[in-house]
Design a protein around this ligand. Structure first.
Ligand code: SF4
Length: 218
């Protein structure tokens, strides 16, 4: 029986799909999409997770993930780190032996995240409208398995992101992915810029959207 102090979460959806955006793209993955985010990136593709959702205990969320039967679990949002219950959720998933990915917008400190969790951290470029929300100290908190992701709207964003990467050489220590805004920047244009930029940056193409389009639960 669950205790009265069982932590709860606000959850938009829990579903099984393929991981689409990190170096684990293509693997079966269970997703826990938590509700709510204090940012408003202009190209946000999960605005449906800003409001609504269902309240459930961490135990119930873990049970629903476990029945999906994947080794890989991604905790995403919204912004998952804006909910206190995300920490016991990640702890419980790790205890089950899951590989836990955390997709975060980069505006919440990472210092409370268990180092066994693989963090995929956004850096907000000017085209997002949320550049001021970036926390530079989060770059110091990356472990060797963590990844940075820049979603880019245009060439100006690309040049900004490249300068950001070059000033810290973070791409020599961590995987850095540049992804085009879906239906905003041609992936082929971004691919050419990356090819010619001289740095070990990876192109991200949002595999799940190429397969199924931009729909919730995929
Ligand atoms: S941080 Fe993520 S969920 Fe929040 S507005 Fe930006 S893209 Fe959307």
């Amino acid at each position: 029986m669950e205790s009265e102090t069982e932590p709860t979460l606000r959850v938009t959806e829990i579903f099984r799909s393929l991981q689409g955006e990190s170096t684990r793209a293509g693997f079966p993955c269970a997703f826990v999409r938590l509700t709510g985010c204090s940012l408003r990136c202009v190209w946000c593709d999960s605005a449906y997770a800003f409001h609504g959702g269902a309240t459930m205990s961490v135990s119930e969320a873990v049970r629903r993930v476990d029945v999906l039967g994947t080794e890989l679990v991604e905790v995403t949002g919204g912004e998952p780190l804006e909910q206190e219950g995300v920490y016991p959720l990640m702890d419980r998933l790790l205890a089950l032996g899951k590989t836990v990915l955390l997709e975060t917008g980069g505006h919440v400190p990472l210092d409370r995240v268990d180092p066994r969790v693989v963090k995929i951290v956004d850096v907000k470029a000017p085209g997002s409208g949320m550049e001021a929300a970036n926390l530079p100290e989060n770059l110091e908190r990356l472990g060797p398995r963590d990844e940075l992701k820049f979603v880019l709207a245009d060439r100006r964003d690309f040049d900004w992101a490249l300068a950001k990467v070059a000033e810290s050489d973070v791409d020599r220590r961590n995987v850095v992915t540049f992804s085009p805004v879906w239906e905003g920047l041609a992936a082929s244009d971004l691919a050419g810029w990356i090819r010619d930029c001289g740095r070990p940056i990876r192109l991200g193409v949002q595999l799940h959207k190429l397969l199924w389009g931009d729909v919730p639960g995929r």
